[in-house]
Design a binder for this molecule. Sequence first.
Ligand code: AQP
Length: 349
Amino acid sequence: MPLWHVDEKGAVPMEQITQPKKRMLSGIKPSGDLTLGSYLGAIRNWKGREDSFDCFYFMADLHAITVRQDPAALRRRTIEQLAQYIACGLDPEKNTLFIQSHVHQHAELGWVLDCYTMFGELSRMTQFKDKSAKNADNINGGLFTYPSLMAADILLYQPDYVPVGEDQKQHVELCHAVARRFNGIYGEVFKLPEPFVPKVGARIMSLTNPSAKMSKSEAEDTGRVLLMDSPEVIMRQFKRAVTDSDTLVHFDREKKPGVSNLMTIYAACTEKSHEQIEQEFAGQGYGAFKTAVGEAVVETLRPIREEALRLMKDKAYLESVYQTGAQKASYVAEKTLRKVYKKVGFVAR
Ligand code: AQP
């Protein structure tokens, strides 16, 4: 059970705020340009928490190479992702923003935890099954042991709280299992954090295939909307969105997956309830509804896109942010790693 309560937007009631601040951590891999799903499912729920929490957010480049990447594109996307984090409202003065590969403790603890994670546990991960089906010519060891590295990402910082999308819950559960196993052998080394999955906008699906998650590494014509897409592209994507042969705007994930996905997106952008949306579009058909959803997304993303474009031109500033972030993150990560190395029996340097 969590020791504290957070509401859907991550606000913590004042009386629950104790000193020192609770810590939270999350990351996204720069395996593609950030999507509307990355924003509504993850980043949007990170911002504004820095007054209540000590927040660490990173670009998970170590995870990105489990799938073959073009080196120049990976470098570009990693830096752009940082600019987009800041543009989404993550103030680098108040949040620790860093690049995963700059903090060597991730890879080091990842290896140690590989040795405490069971083959059977890794084999059961649905993401491994999905990714290996999609990348049949490159089913590498990193793809398989990805959850041990993710456990290391989390446990290094001893966070209280890990905001994740619904699809990542299985990985956080594995992280708990590994931490419990390690603690069971060596004593209380790792804190077990709580996953937090926001209710609104928890899972954004592809606009053209609403049974599949909107993913950043998917091809352009697969119904994904990028944070940096122009308003024209966004409107075009929503006009092409799959609905159904009915004309009723009604929420039913099973029977009306396309319309329900659009409602989820609209609700997340406008803060309207499903009932309000159903009333708003009663008798109007899907054309007006799709246009309204597209426009709501354009307005939600407009300030982010403009600010990110401005920041991307300021390479020196972005460099100073990720360098400071790596220093702060390394300081915290090193404390945990040193403890782990001692416990497992490594000779101190
Ligand atoms: N469509 C989505 N809806 C809700 N949440 C999402 N997230 C990603 N896409 C959606 C959440 O973002 C966090 C970081 O995810 P990640 O990029 O590290 O991994 P991912 O979930 O594998 O993201 P993608 O976009 O699908 O990447 P690729 O295509 O490379 O595999 C997670 O909390 C995730 O839930």
